[in-house]
Design a protein around this ligand. Structure first.
Ligand code: NAD
Ligand code: UFG
Length: 347
């Protein structure tokens, strides 16, 4: 069902950048289910318009969609002229740590350039509320887990640095003008998919991240998982991360938007479960769901990996009343359900 602009509740009209992407599509579903009208801007660099029909199947609503690049300043200004946007959730960005090390200018241009265009267009349109997708990767490797929002920040790769610079830009803007309402969400390790199996993560090429790699081994597309390092100072020797269900993460954006209705300035929250899971524990959880073993081999450490990363989620709990609800098992069930239904790149 498409909604005419005349019928819109203007207070609840959100622009979602990167809204056809993995986390964006789940966030759009959460917003629509909470009564928001949504317009998505995405250049489809890492997603597909097919996602829109997945969103429609889940919510019964088709979000407005603009196929454009945020670096195209005129296109961004035009969106704010055409739609009665009251708030922005900014997820669009490139996200591969490895690629960013090889092509740093691409990351700075895309992630920072796009954000500058976006906030300039917001300024012109007098839209002052923005929730930004940042990452746990901004924290220094010397910071001890659990990582609270005040932990030292020192990104070690251009991707993380692009996120950190954007955080600084937003902080300086909020200091210079009290009208701004900025929410910075630092995601830990999002996995899982919508329980309907209609939207999820669709990595192009060979995945770099653990869960999508595991899923492709599970479905027989890849032969075996290489586990990067079995000699860390952790109980089973493998790295520990804070995996969080993407549906929980999506609700976090809604909670941040609600918080910003009552508060100006810049605010930051870590979104994770607050619990760590090792690589071997995640492998075991997937094996239980798919009911067969995952071929795997422990090889050398991956450069730059931190042994243990998990969030202190007290601030999100206290200020947003947000808490991750889904277990690791549910993350595996939902991710597998999506993987089985969608074995390839938007097939
Ligand atoms: P994704 O690649 O699935 O989604 C990002 C979307 O942004 C894609 O649809 C892509 O086409 C679009 N996009 C990129 N550059 C654009 C541009 N210049 N103009 C318009 N659209 C553009 O990634 P995701 O996993 O959904 O991540 C969303 C955000 O969350 C990203 O900013 C990412 O850096 C951040 N994040 C992701 C993770 C993770 O593990 N997935 C962790 C921490 C932070
Ligand atoms: N791992 C393997 N084999 C693989 C892939 C990963 O053993 O094939 C291991 C890694 O060495 C690490 C763990 O699985 O110990 C998790 O690795 P991911 O690549 O899935 O996740 P990271 O924690 O390294 O990084 C992710 C995103 C970053 C983001 C960060 C925090 O890739 O962009 O989470 O949000 F910044």
């Amino acid at each position: 069902m498409s909604v005419s602009l005349a019928d819109l509740d203007v207070e609840k009209f959100a622009l979602v950048t990167g809204g056809t992407g993995y986390i964006g599509s789940h966030t759009v579903v959460a917003l629509i289910e909470a009564g928001y009208q949504v317009v998505i801007i995405d250049n489809l660099d890492n997603s597909s318009e097919i996602v829109l029909s997945g969103i429609e199947r889940i919510t019964g609503r088709v979000p407005h969609f603009v196929h454009a690049d945020l670096r195209d300043a005129d296109a961004v200004i035009k969106i704010f002229k055409e739609y009665p946007i009251a708030s922005v959730v900014h997820l669009a960005g490139l996200k591969s740590v490895g690629e960013s090390i090889h092509s740093p200018s691409k990351y700075y241009d895309n992630n920072i350039g796009a954000t500058l265009n976006l906030v300039k267009a917001m300024q012109t349109a007098e839209v002052t509320t923005l929730v930004f997708s940042s990452s746990a990767t901004v924290y220094s490797s010397s910071s001890e887990p659990p990582l609270g929002e005040d932990a030292k920040k020192l990104p070690t790769n251009p991707y993380g640095m692009s996120k950190y610079i954007i955080e600084q830009v937003l902080t300086d803007m909020a200091l210079a003008n009290r009208k701004w309402r900025f929410g910075i969400l630092r995601y830990f390790n999002p996995i899982g998919a919508h329980p309907s199996g209609r939207i999820g993560e669709t990595p192009s090429g060979i995945p770099n991240n653990l869960m999508p790699y595991l899923m492709q081994v599970a479905i027989g597309k890849l032969a075996k998982l290489s586990i990067y390092g079995g000699d860390y100072e952790t109980p089973d020797g493998t790295c520990i991360r804070d995996y969080v269900h993407v549906v929980d993460l999506a609700r976090g954006h809604l909670a941040a938007l609600r918080f910003l209705e009552e508060a100006n300035g810049v605010h930051d929250w870590n979104l994770g479960t607050g619990k760590g899971t090792s690589v071997l524990e995640l492998v075991k959880a997937v094996e239980q769901v798919i009911e067969k073993p995952i071929p795997s081999e422990i090889i050398g450490r991956r450069k730059g990996d931190m042994p243990v990363v998990f969030a202190d989620v007290t601030k999100a709990s206290n200020e947003l009343s947000w808490r991750a609800e889904h277990t690791i098992e549910k993350m595996c069930v939902d991710h597998w359900n999506w993987q089985k239904r969608n074995p390839g790149w938007y097939q």
